[in-house]
Design a protein around this ligand. Structure first.
Ligand SMILES: *Cc1c(COP(=O)(O)O)cnc(C)c1O
Length: 396
């Protein structure tokens, strides 16, 4: 970047979110290879689970092959199945919704809060009050007749959903709460870590998440019976004392020792990673907040965001350009900016579950952009992203 013409200098790609491998990963993986403990049993699986449970201060943590597998198991463990509906946000990675379909249940998409970008407690309350009825002691959707027993809360891009009113509604209407905390490991709601509020919660260790195992996930719960059941289902429902006896249908969802070795080394550095995310957010905030037509990643007074992906939402009229153009121009500059998830009710397999327009989710989905947020991003690269966004903004 020190040439006279920066355009002539080779620019490197600024990735959206790449892992930072630099702690004990090599050492722990070498241990797995040296001892041949490479598969789904081993000390790193145990240590990763125990360390994760201690970090969250939960009873049980079960390491699995992906965040998607974690969500699938969470719903299975709670007995969600055909004939059930799961209340959820449309604005999420599709894995959340897919897991609902895997168990044969149906998603009910409720609109999001324009500030937190997460499921809006008022929408949940309206739905429960207006569209459900208690019949023979169970809550049913008046139109579909299906049972309403589960609320799936997603904490999008690092920011917690407004949990207190959601938990209050869940208690009043006897809904089980599942947290999809895949994007928000380390985020806090009123001081307490997310993923500890639901009956059962899920995390992802995909390559672009805060900590990674390459691919992996975790199911956590404060009810050890739920953890035991998740573990059982994740190991082909095998009762090992009885040889190959499988009293029901299970899954091969166990994380391997090699992956857990990477995960443990990553988890050892979580405080450092979270601090770096805050530094990144503060940098973007200071450089972008004066630009017209941008809404920046939220942080409510009651929240401590994990700032997984720092984001901006464009108001095309005042910013002067549509979202697609902004993403394209940043990509041309080798900046891996990315459009928000497409609201799931707009995806082909889920259009049939659309109810109303879900205007807030649809709007965020069509105007939001995730900016590069890797834990290892340099200040030069942050400056490059901010310069590029500023150059697209209308002149002052
Ligand atoms: C990443 C993610 C998942 C799970 O993803 P995997 O790739 O299966 O680990 C689930 N929900 C959300 C919101 C996610 O961002």
């Amino acid at each position: 970047m020190n040439g006279t013409n920066p355009r002539a200098t080779a620019r490197s790609l600024i990735p959206l979110s790449e892992p930072l491998i630099g702690g004990n990963e090599w050492k722990y993986v070498k241990d797995c290879l040296d001892t041949s403990w490479v598969s789904s049993v081993g000390k790193f699986v145990d240590r990763f689970e125990a360390t994760f449970a201690r970090y969250l201060k939960v009873e049980s943590a079960v390491a699995v092959t992906s965040g998607t597998a974690a969500l699938h198991l969470a719903l299975l463990v709670l007995g969600v199945g055909p004939g059930d509906e799961v209340l959820t946000t449309p604005l999420t990675f599709v894995a959340t919704t897919n897991a609902i379909i895997y168990v044969g249940a149906a998603p009910v998409f409720l609109d999001v809060d324009p500030v937190t970008w997460n499921i809006d407690p008022n929408q949940v309350e309206d739905f429960l009050k207006r569209e459900c009825l208690v019949v023979d002691g169970v809550l049913r959707n008046k139109v579909t007749g299906r049972l309403v027993r589960t609320l799936m809360v997603v904490h999008l891009y690092g920011h917690p959903a407004d949990l207190d009113p959601l938990l209050d509604l869940a208690e009043r209407y006897r809904l089980d709460v599942v947290e999809d905390a895949s994007e928000s490991l380390g985020a806090r709601y009123k001081g307490r870590l997310v993923g500890t509020f639901g009956r059962i919660s899920c995390f992802s260790f995909n390559g672009n998440k805060l900590i990674t195992t390459g691919g992996g996930g975790m199911v956590v719960s404060n009810e050890s019976a739920l953890g035991t059941r998740a573990r059982f289902l994740s190991t082909q429902a095998r009762v090992s004392e009885k040889g190959y006896y499988h009293p029901e249908i299970g899954y091969n969802y166990r994380l391997t020792n090699v992956q857990a070795a990477i995960g443990l080394a990553q988890l050892e550095r979580i405080d450092e990673f979270l601090a770096k995310k805050r530094t990144i957010a503060a940098y973007y905030q200071s450089r972008l907040r004066a630009l017209p037509g941008l809404t920046l990643s939220p942080e409510q007074p009651w929240a401590e965001s994990a700032f997984w992906l720092y984001s901006i939402v464009i108001d095309p009229d005042s910013f002067g350009r549509p979202r697609e153009e902004v993403v394209e121009r940043l990509n041309e500059e080798d900046i891996q900016a990315r459009a928000f998830f497409i609201a799931n009710h707009l995806l082909p397999p889920y259009r049939e579950y659309m109810r109303g327009g879900l205007p807030v989710a649809a709007k965020l989905s069509s105007h939001g952009i995730n900016l590069p947020s890797s834990v290892g991003i340099t200040e030069d690269d942050l400056a490059r992203v901010c310069d590029a966004v500023s150059a697209l903004a209308p002149p002052p």
